[in-house]
Design a protein around this ligand. Structure first.
Ligand code: G4P
Length: 528
């Protein structure tokens, strides 16, 4: 029991969120270097280079040199066992990214210091808000010209609606970047960029702030003293309770590329985050330290290995310990079974795991019976974790098969891919299955759909993009949406479960329809 408690106590499970190019890959790489999980910089790169991303394995990913799906990187650092949930880096990321955030206990938000809060940071942050998980901010690229740090704080607070509390504070930026001041120790870690073996690095030393005038110069010294006074007077005080409720984000400044401020950030982050937290189920909160195993499925990946045509369900363990060969209860399937081929994934490597603990993510063989959101618990228990929301697609297309003889394959393929959660499918009210409307979060999912229908189901399709961008679930599922007023340019559809939905081409018409139909309630996420 003590062993179980210790193992769970040292688990930290988090995801990194950012807008593309803010430096997520670079920061991940530095984390892995600290953890000894990789030896050389560049091993994690996912761009169109000769180096393959650690998490690249699907054919489409290899062809394009991008990362479509998420995977998990596990490594140890200072006694902690870290599960870093890797999320697709491409601009057209998919719902996978959102679902992956459901498996994380906290998030690291990387912001480019010269760009501030960008579009995808906002979207991903919204998903973190759904569960109010702690969000830690790393303001990156301080070795390049940056925006004013007070403006950056302001922007985060205004755009994301979270309070900020800087743990350290930059002195200058770009060519003039002097280093960061630690508000707790009142010491400055100085920065000087050097190049060793083609790699940019930082040369650092730690000095007392009050004795730093000679080192950083009069102007920066005066500025720093002024900033400190302002920060101490006006900025939100550090409050761990607010951090853990996702109301206050500790902020750090640094430069991932030169490995400056990364170790400090990681150390603070690990201390400030908690081991796995209790999760909500229909029997109340489930204690992660309980001896009984429980987990939920947050992602299903089909055909990872062409030779096997297999499906893997990624599960997040929420309590207790998993032992290979143990019998568990699959709540939604209402049957006991053994989770076979339990594995951890890293790049092409799959490692069979014998045991895993609350906080860990493992892949298990899916015989085609599991769905996203399903719960597994110890054989003697029967509870279900709160479901994973269906996220609003932002792109829609009508699809048809090219060869009418391939009707069966087409319907089977589209339905299976939708069941995995790789796309969402809708049907126009009062129409048959001839035409299917596909909704995706990122347009890349369309390519994946086309590719998979061709390669796995032998079925070519034609796709016609539709002008809709916003989707709303109708809260009252029994409502007859054909009777709504002012909806001439709104498409009325049903999802796989028969729920009524409306598709809008612009955000204003959402409000207009609400205004014209008293009592109508529309939802942005579906939690059924
Ligand atoms: P992403 O995963 O968030 O998309 O970003 P990634 O780490 O790939 O970083 C995007 C670009 O920004 C990369 O340059 C990377 O080297 C650079 N970068 C990341 N952190 C820092 C930093 O702290 N300072 C500076 N100056 N640059 C940083 P690239 O030219 O696109 O790629 P590469 O050719 O360097 O690999």
């Amino acid at each position: 029991m003590a062993g179980l408690k210790n193992e769970i106590q040292r688990r930290r499970t988090f995801a990194i969120i950012s807008h593309p190019d803010a430096g997520k890959t670079t920061l991940t790489e530095k984390f892995l270097l600290y953890g000894g999980a990789i030896n050389t910089a560049g091993s994690v790169k996912g761009k169109a280079t000769s180096r393959h991303a650690v998490s690249d394995w699907m054919e489409i990913e290899k062809q394009r040199g991008i990362s479509v799906t998420s995977s998990v990187l596990q490594f140890s650092y200072q006694g902690y066992c870290i599960n870093l949930l890797d999320t697709p880096g491409h601009q057209d990321f998919s719902e996978d990214t959102y679902r992956t955030l459901m498996a994380a206990d906290s998030a690291v938000m990387v912001i480019d210091a010269s760009k501030g809060v960008e579009a995808q940071t906002k979207k991903l942050f919204k998903v973190c808000l759904l569960r109010d998980i702690p969000v830690f901010t790393f303001i990156n690229k301080m070795d390049l010209d940056a925006n004013d740090p007070f403006d950056l704080m302001d922007e985060i607070e205004r755009e994301l609606g979270i309070r900020t509390c800087p743990v350290n504070w930059p002195v200058g930026s770009g060519k003039q970047f002097q280093g960061v001041y630690d508000r707790n120790t009142k010491m400055i870690t100085t920065f000087r960029a050097v190049s060793t073996g083609g790699q940019k690095e930082a040369e650092t030393s730690v000095i007392k702030a009050e004795e730093s005038r000679g080192r950083i110069g009069d102007a920066f010294y005066e500025q720093l003293m002024e900033d400190i006074e302002l920060l101490d007077g006006a900025c939100e005080e550090f409050d761990m309770e607010k951090v853990s409720r996702g109301k206050l984000s500790p902020v750090f400044f640094g430069s991932a590329l030169t490995n400056f401020g990364v170790e400090t950030f990681l150390d603070h982050f690990l201390q400030m985050t908690t081991p796995p937290l209790p999760r909500i189920s229909d029997e109340g909160l489930i204690d992660p330290f309980s001896e009984d195993f429980s987990a939920f499925v947050f992602k299903i990946q089909a055909n990872m290995n062409k030779n096997h045509r297999d499906r893997i369900a990624f599960i997040r363990i929420c309590s207790g310990k998993f032992d290979a060969g143990m019998e568990v209860y699959h709540v939604q399937g209402e049957r006991k079974l053994k989770l076979s081929q339990p594995q951890q994934l890293m790049a092409q490597d799959r490692r069979i795991v014998e045991e895993a603990y609350a906080g860990d993510i493992i892949g298990v063989f899916d015989p085609g019976m599991f769905s996203i959101g399903d719960t597994f618990c110890a054989a003697n228990r029967k509870f279900a974790f709160e479901g994973i929301p269906t996220f609003a697609p932002e792109h829609f297309a009508r699809i048809r098969q090219v060869d009418t003889m391939k009707r069966k394959q087409f319907v089977k393929g589209v339905n299976q891919i939708a069941q995995e959660g790789a796309i969402q499918i809708f049907q126009e009210i009062n129409s048959g299955m001839e035409e299917i409307i596909v909704g995706v979060v990122g347009v890349l999912q369309f390519d994946v759909l086309k590719f998979r229908l061709e390669h796995e189901y032998g079925c070519e399709i034609r796709m016609e993009n539709l002008p809709y961008e916003h989707i709303r679930w109708v809260k009252d599922r029994t409502m007859d949406i054909t009777k709504l007023k002012g909806v001439s340019d709104v498409k009325k559809v049903r999802d796989l479960k028969g729920n009524p939905l409306l598709l809008f081409s612009n955000i204003w018409s959402v409000q207009m329809v609400l205004d014209r139909n008293e009592g109508l309630e529309l939802l942005e996420f579906d939690r059924s």
